[in-house]
Ligand binder design. Structure first.
Ligand code: ADP
Ligand code: MG
Length: 370
């Protein structure tokens, strides 16, 4: 019995991979109708702060993982008294907070965009130069932001003050906007023995702060791809990380790679691996959790993943035949009941002879279902 904190789509795909390998899964989530909870062998409907519920989970599982980075560190620490918990409380607490994440990256000499920490109006930590050097910038809440939520673009101190109040004056970081050539990510798995296996570098296109399309392999130079894999591996080693980790990068116009953020779990940009790789990111999560050898992540073929957001449901359920009738295309729907705008409802993956060919096919399908 494997335990899973969080009942979202990442958890659902983890449970599917676990089932494929003969494991059972207990999901803990506060939503009684979550995508992973609905396919779990056992479901505990509780908050992550419910110590009695955590104890029940801990007692019945051989190992526990998470699909959600905002799990309180205390919950992971409590569970680790019962069984293996990966990733561990320390890695999750660093990654779940932009301030601690940036401080960790900076302290270990990883390249990141210039930033300041703002915990009180008008007071800037970690930044000695004039704050004017960070404009135009993006104000980001330090916790619970996702899919571009909890972010505001600001061009001067007046806009910054207004935006900070609009964020309810919670701790934030102000990050300088960097000139992007493109965005790439590396999803990797690190076992408890320190052995590491990476997926190929992914090129990501965002729309309104939400991942739209992932292209694999990324159309970047071999040198850039090698560097991204190396940096991501160093991040995982520095954290002494166990499990699946995603490192998101900005590739700047001058060719420099800077780390945007890290996610202590499988990542949306790794969904291509279900259909395009010998081993998916979710199977790797199971393998790392159960101390099994990590799988081969070689690509069957170049591929493109396209996210399906709730906006597509505006005029009712899209006509999935338009996706399913395409050769070398796979459809994934997460079983969410309500299709709200911006909500991740599913994705499809297209395989091609080259990344560009897969992209052309994917964009065609995207156009016809919209
Ligand atoms: P989230 O946690 O919502 O994914 P990110 O910090 O990754 O938040 O920001 C979402 C997207 O916004 C990024 O993938 C990128 O496209 C854009 N973005 C964020 N920060 C910057 C920046 N400093 N410069 C340029 N673009 C940025
Ligand atoms: Mg991001």
């Amino acid at each position: 019995m494997l335990g899973l904190l969080g009942g979202g789509q990442l958890g659902r795909m983890f449970a599917m991979a676990a089932h494929q390998m003969g494991y059972q899964v207990t999901v803990l989530d506060s939503d009684p109708d979550s995508p992973a909870g609905r396919i779990a062998d056992q479901f505990i409907c509780a908050e992550y702060t419910d110590r009695a519920a955590l104890q029940r989970l801990g007692k019945q599982c051989a190992a526990i993982t998470t699909e959600f980075e905002n799990i309180p560190a205390a919950a992971l620490a409590q569970l680790s008294e019962f069984c293996i918990v990966s990733p561990d409380a320390k890695s999750v607490s660093i990654a779940q907070n932009r301030i601690s994440e940036k401080q960790f990256l900076q302290a270990n000499n990883f390249s990141i965009a210039s930033f300041a920490i703002i915990e009180q109006a008008g007071q800037f930590r970690n930044f000695t130069n004039s704050i004017a050097g960070l404009f135009p910038g993006i104000l980001k809440v330090s916790q619970f932001g996702y899919d571009g939520k909890g972010q505001k673009h600001v061009n001067n101190e007046a806009e910054l003050s207004t935006a900070f109040v609009e964020m309810k004056s919670v701790p934030c970081v102000l990050e300088k906007k960097v000139p992007l050539k493109c965005e790439v990510s590396v999803v990797l798995t690190r076992g408890g023995d320190g052995k590491m296996v990476c997926f190929p570098v992914v090129e990501n296109q965002h729309m309104n702060g939400v991942l739209d399309i992932s292209i694999v392999p990324a159309r970047v130079s071999a040198e850039t791809a090698k560097q991204a894999l190396e940096i991501a591996g160093n991040v995982a080693d520095t954290l002494n990380y166990r499990g699946v980790l995603c490192v998101e990068f900005f590739l700047l116009e001058d060719g420099q790679l800077v780390i945007n953020e890290i996610a202590p779990r499988p990542h949306n940009s790794g969904h291509f691996s279900i259909d395009a790789c010998i081993t998916s990111q979710f199977e790797q999560q199971v393998r790392a959790l159960c101390e099994l050898p990590l799988g081969n992540t070689a690509l069957h073929k170049p591929s493109v993943m396209v996210n399906l957001l709730g906006d597509l449901w505006q005029n009712g359920e899209p006509d999935w035949l338009l996706v399913l009738q395409q050769p070398s295309t796979k459809l994934h729907l997460y079983g969410k009941r309500a299709a709200r705008p911006g909500r991740k409802m599913g994705h499809f993956t297209v395989l091609g002879e080259t990344a560009d060919q897969a992209l052309t096919k994917a964009l065609h399908i995207k156009r016809v279902i919209e």
